[in-house]
Design a protein. Structure first.
Length: 129
């Protein structure tokens, strides 16, 4: 069963963002679930690709195209499975597949702060879906 309802937010540390000579943009991107960070605080990943993919997955939920979406991290065996909950909530399951799929955390949350934090992150980089 999911833990008690609390805010889940997308976090991007813009100070950590770097662009390689080939145009690859990396930086710290993770999800804050109260006192827990997933996959971990300051997780380094392909930040623009992650945010764009997450926006597309979230839009499928918001537009009622799906009841469940997977939000993938690209640099490691980590992802979020987001499932429509009751009325204004989503259930966010943090998964890893180091050896076999395993749930790291399960959190029911209001979808609005999660989406707002994702939109703010995207706008900070000029990402459009």
């Amino acid at each position: 069963m999911a833990e008690s309802l609390s805010e889940v937010k997308v976090v991007i540390d813009t100070r950590s963002v770097r662009c390689s000579a080939t145009g690859t943009v990396t930086g710290a991107v993770f999800v804050n679930l109260g006192e827990k960070s997933f996959p971990e605080e300051d997780w380094s990943d392909l930040v623009l690709a992650v945010v764009r993919g997450w926006i597309e997955a979230v839009l499928r939920l918001l537009e009622n195209q799906s009841d469940t979406s997977e939000l993938m991290f690209l640099d490691g065996p980590f992802w979020l499975q987001v499932t429509r909950g009751r009325s204004e909530t989503w259930v966010i399951e943090c998964l890893t597949n180091r050896v076999k799929p395993r749930t790291e955390c399960l959190q029911e949350t209001s979808w609005r702060p999660f989406v707002a934090s994702l939109v703010a992150a995207a706008e900070g980089f000029g990402v459009r879906s």
